[in-house]
Write a protein that binds this ligand. Structure first.
Ligand SMILES: Nc1ncnc2c1ncn2[C@@H]1O[C@H](COP(=O)(O)OP(=O)(O)OP(=O)(O)O)[C@@H](O)[C@H]1O
Ligand SMILES: [Mg+2]
Length: 279
């Protein structure tokens, strides 16, 4: 019996995307500061580099500036001073601090972010939510009509399959559990084919099983060549999954290195008397 022709060309690897050389510098942050109100610096001279393939945790006690850092990198919160350099393959750079609105919008497709409340469209089905990640590549006219190419749909399906969410493809996002919504949010971010992926406490509201799923998904994203940065509260998860950890205290970097180097003295500096709550 002849096989029915496939509806669309299925892409086996959702990450066939423009993969970046592992280890290539993708971001350079120099002396970054942020003050919401005059004088009080929430970020106080942060400098670091991010490389393709790294899975970096940002840790520190509540109020240390972790969310502020991720949002300034992505341009959703304007930084006060310093440089956030988008490093291109030819090593030329653009500074996020001097981007206009259009350039910022473009930057946010390269520097994807998964927000704490997922930011899915509640009444839209799962697959459409994932396809929204492609919008910046689609003409305004086509995106208004929600016209996506077969290749886009195939990629969205592969991504959903990858995170075991395909059975939910036609359900409304509002009917999903927190862990399921988080997985859809990751699929949507990956549709953007970002070179950097930021996530603000991606496992904060998840049970242990979903936590493992999300951490493994982010690990896979990183090993496929994306520079991944996540805010985490659990040192155990950092040690289990991340390749590097940046420790923040009062808006300053007090540790930047391999998770195995987080000794008692550094943990004390980071968390003080809250130390029992994070391990
Ligand atoms: N929009 C804002 N206006 C004024 N101050 C703010 C604003 N957002 C955050 N802050 C302050 O900046 C500091 C850092 O906040 P941030 O949310 O970055 O911390 P965090 O490390 O992410 O904390 P948590 O672990 O609780 O999420 C806090 O003192 C906070 O009160
Ligand atoms: Mg936060």
């Amino acid at each position: 019996m002849a096989m029915a022709a496939p509806l669309f060309e299925v892409v086996n690897d959702p990450f066939e995307a423009p993969l970046i050389d592992l280890g290539r510098k993708v971001l350079e942050v120099q002396n970054l500061t942020k003050a919401y109100q005059q004088e009080k610096l929430v970020l106080d001279g942060i400098s670091f580099e991010l490389r393709a393939g790294e899975f970096v945790a940002v840790v520190g006690r509540s109020g240390a500036g972790k969310s502020t850092l991720l949002h300034t990198l992505n341009g959703t919160i304007p930084a006060t001073s310093g440089h956030i350099l988008n490093v291109h393959t030819d090593l030329t750079t653009d500074d996020v601090l001097s981007m206009n609105r259009k350039e910022l919008r473009n930057w946010r497709t390269h520097c994807g972010m998964i927000f704490q409340d997922f930011c899915l469209v509640p009444r839209l089905d799962v697959i459409s939510n994932v396809l929204l990640g492609r919008l910046s590549f689609t003409s305004t006219f086509k995106s208004l009509l929600k016209v996506f190419s077969d290749k886009d749909r195939a990629e969205a399906i592969e991504l959903l399959k990858w995170l075991n969410m395909l059975p939910y493809a036609l359900q409304r996002a509002e009917n999903l559990s927190g862990g399921q919504q988080q997985r859809v949010a990751i699929c949507r971010a990956m549709m953007q084919k970002p070179k950097i992926l930021l996530a603000d406490e991606p496992v904060a509201s998840l049970d242990p099983k979903n936590t493992v799923r999300i951490m493994e998904a982010l690990q896979k994203v990183a090993s496929d060549g994306v520079g991944v940065m996540v805010n985490l509260h659990s040192i155990e998860l950092v040690q289990q999954y991340c390749t590097r950890v940046i420790g923040l205290a009062k808006g300053r970097v007090i540790y930047d290195g391999h998770p195995s180097g987080l000794n008692e003295q550094i943990l004390n500096q980071l968390y003080g008397d809250e130390i029992d709550q994070v391990s």
